[in-house]
Ligand binder design. Structure first.
Ligand SMILES: Cc1cc2nc3c(=O)[nH]c(=O)nc-3n(C[C@H](O)[C@H](O)[C@H](O)COP(=O)(O)OP(=O)(O)OC[C@H]3O[C@@H](n4cnc5c(N)ncnc54)[C@H](O)[C@@H]3O)c2cc1C
Ligand code: SF4
Length: 413
């Protein structure tokens, strides 16, 4: 692999005004990292990427590079952009092995972080570097959020998250697993116990429902529940996945890797409704997964799913809307159904405390720096934006970490 990395790095033109960084939501300094790599300064290249984004290694695996750095590289105009993701992976993987942080002194203040997904991890690294005593509270037994319990192993090895967890411990961060804030402990307890500020990075973990008959049957599951621990499910050989986004494709490809052969994705719209990345769809096809378009689920039975054909109409904003055609209902037999039509936030925290406003859709209301309506409580990541991407969670977290720092120092002065 290394030979290809070097050959590809040598193709970089070291642009004066690098478009790759412009295309990245967090301006990853690709050009300078490549120059350091080729100059024999691998550690400095890694330190540069890590300082810009502690999740650089994760992003090299899961970012949508075709729309971001690689999609903007000038060499793409001539046919083949620099293979930035592979170069970033090589550098960041090396660096995470040798990363030895200076532990936080804890003297800047105490911050509680609820949730250990990309948002929580990024804030923890930034605040520990600024000498805060940071405690992370996590509902699951291990850290990572969607990185561990959503994105499948074949796209993001869990060892990457384990190594990030080790790095967090080395920076002096305390991790309290199996602890859901909003149940036994609530935000008020955290302030009572001396935390100066609280960050909510709790993501979106409530699956959207179809709201049709049969949704509670035993062979029907939700995508994010399934992806948490696919090994415990007995799906049989004929799986219907309802949805055609990236999560639906992750479900389908995971099921194939657990022995399910007849996997079909059903989308109520035409090809315009397939929101999964094109290359993920190509992989799905290679895995033997089929895509069925313009079918709306009407009812789920023990035998399968009743779908109706749809016709497309424009909604008030001009977006396509699938309308079931009466009389076209037919049963598609299957052994299991997995519903993958996105997620929304749970209300466990906001319903157990006061002063934190949410919007109509349940997402936490914040200003541009992550201040919620309750002083000292900040929020960021999917719980604010709805289901987005890792790099977007990192982007906002850098801003929110600075705002938390400013808030704590002002209140202590
Ligand atoms: C299946 C799947 C595949 C995806 N693939 C990609 C991809 O390829 N590329 C990409 O960029 N993005 C991808 N995403 C989106 C990306 O993973 C999310 O945007 C990102 O993880 C959001 O980070 P977050 O920190 O806001 O939330 P999360 O990752 O959801 O983390 C939230 C954490 O908070 C914890 N938590 C929740 N409530 C509480 C509580 N009350 N107390 C304590 N802890 C709590 C949760 O257990 C979780 O660990 C994918 C999402 C899914 C579901
Ligand atoms: S745009 Fe492409 S060629 Fe230019 S600096 Fe970035 S990676 Fe190198």
């Amino acid at each position: 692999m290394s030979k290809h990395i070097i050959d590809d790095a040598k193709r970089c033109l070291q642009c004066k005004n690098p478009q790759c960084a412009q295309g990245c939501p967090i301006g990853t300094p690709v050009r300078d990292a490549i120059a350091l790599l080729l100059g024999g300064s691998l550690e400095q290249a890694g330190a540069l990427l890590f300082a810009n984004n502690p999740l650089s290694l994760v992003c090299s695996h899961v970012c949508h590079q075709e729309n971001q750095c690689e999609g903007h590289c000038v060499l793409g105009r001539k046919g083949m952009p620099v293979f930035i993701s592979a170069i970033e992976k090589y550098i960041s993987d090396f660096y995470l092995n040798i990363y030895r942080p200076t532990p936080s002194t804890g003297e800047a203040g105490r911050v509680a972080i609820i949730g250990s997904g990309p948002a929580g991890i990024t804030i923890a690294f930034y605040l520990a570097q600024r000498n805060y005593a940071v405690t992370i509270y996590e509902s699951h037994d291990r850290i990572g959020g969607v990185l561990r319990y959503g994105i499948p192993e074949f796209r993001l090895p869990k060892t990457v998250i384990d190594r990030l967890g080790e790095a967090l411990l080395q920076t002096g961060v305390t991790i309290r697993p199996n602890t859901t804030i909003g149940m036994n402990l609530i935000i008020d307890d955290l302030f009572r116990d001396g935390f100066d500020a609280v960050f909510m990075g709790t993501g979106v973990w409530r699956p959207n429902r179809l709201n049709i008959k049969g949704e509670s049957l035993g062979h029907v599951h939700y995508a994010i529940d399934y992806l948490k621990n696919p090994g415990v499910y007995r799906l049989g050989q004929r799986l219907i996945v309802i949805g055609a986004g990236n999560v639906a494709v992750d479900v389908a490809r995971t099921a194939v890797r657990h022995g399910c052969r007849g996997v079909r994705l059903f989308c109520h719209l035409d090809a315009s409704g397939v929101t999964a990345r094109p290359h993920e769809m190509e992989y799905a096809k290679i895995d033997g997964i089929t895509l069925v378009l313009r079918k709306a689920p009407i009812e789920i039975t023990e035998e399968g799913v009743v779908f109706a054909d749809t016709e497309l109409q424009a909604d008030g904003e001009g977006n396509p809307r699938a309308v079931p055609i009466p009389g076209t209902e037919a049963l598609e037999p299957c052994s299991s159904v997995i519903i993958a039509i996105s997620q929304g936030p749970r209300s466990v925290i906001v319903s157990s405390t006061t002063g934190i406003d949410v919007k109509e859709n349940g997402l936490v209301a914040v200003d541009t720096c992550g201040h919620t309506t309750r002083p000292g409580v900040f929020a960021g990541g999917d719980v604010v934006t709805g289901a987005k991407t890792v790099v977007e969670a990192v982007q906002v977290s850098r801003r929110v970490a600075a705002a938390i720092d400013e808030y704590v120092q002002e209140t202590k002065a």
